[in-house]
Design a protein. Structure first.
Length: 65
């Protein structure tokens, strides 16, 4: 599998984008999965699979179980 990919997505009338298949395959993003949109006015925008954010949050703030 390639380590890098560049693709283009068009924004539809409702602001929706389609994540290119190559990117979905690279990050194992399936229909129904959630992604987080991270934005910085100077650095741009990133799309991150929500599991990655959840895993990072769990490491920062582990449960008391």
């Amino acid at each position: 599998m390639r380590e890098k990919y560049v693709g283009i997505a068009k924004v539809g009338e409702k602001g929706q984008i389609v994540i290119p298949k190559e990117a979905r395959d690279m990050f194992d993003i399936k229909s129904g999965d959630s992604v987080v949109i991270l934005c910085d006015i100077k650095k741009g925008m990133a799309i991150v699979k929500s599991e990655i954010i959840e895993d990072s949050f769990d490491k920062i703030m582990p449960s008391d179980k």
